[in-house]
Design a protein around this ligand. Sequence first.
Ligand code: PRP
Ligand code: URA
Length: 209
Amino acid sequence: MGEVHVLDHPLISDKLTRMRRASTSSQDFRLLLKEISLLMGYEVTRDFETIPATVETPICMGTFPMLKENFFTIVPILRAGIGMVDGFLELMPFAHVGHVGVYRDEETHQPVEYYFKMPEGVERSKIIVVDPMLATGGSAADVIDSLKARGCTDIRLVNLVAAPEGVKRVQERHPDIDIYVAAVDEKLNKNAYIVPGLGDAGDRIFGTK
Ligand code: PRP
Ligand code: URA
């Protein structure tokens, strides 16, 4: 079974609390999301393998660790996932970005995929799927289905806030996937919004409501 990593670092928790405040502006919300993504990225990449590399320092030759892999793909789930891309790219400027567009039907809360564009050879890359919210888990589980259907095997999922229902659903459908979250909240409400959550992440990032 994939692990659920709750990244409750004090800096991440503080920024998340600021994002939860309904009075936080879109501008501040975006900045906080970028900062949290960078901090989360540091932990999400902690188990990446290194290999020894020979380097000539100004003083002498030496052998030091460097990343073993060089093909990484950040996959934001549109729209809200876009808000996490810059933080990850700041850490890993060499990463590629693949986009998946998914929206939740307002009545049924079922995910509807409308866009899928990955870098060439994505199945050979290490993939980090990013989306601030894991509510019912339907969107993330479907995106992981789509990536697996393209032959991808090395996938991890990063969310800011998750509902227990969403974690359960992804774990049941994708027991091989590790999930990284800043917080697991209490529950979903009748509209399938996370409680207490932070509202509609896409609307808060892009100021659409
Ligand atoms: C939000 C969020 C996730 C999804 C989570 O996107 O960014 O993608 O809902 O819900 P789920 O776990 O129940 O599937 P939304 O559908 O609001 O689209 P948007 O990002 O374009 O606003
Ligand atoms: N999507 C969001 O943006 N927020 C929620 O709480 C649930 C789904």
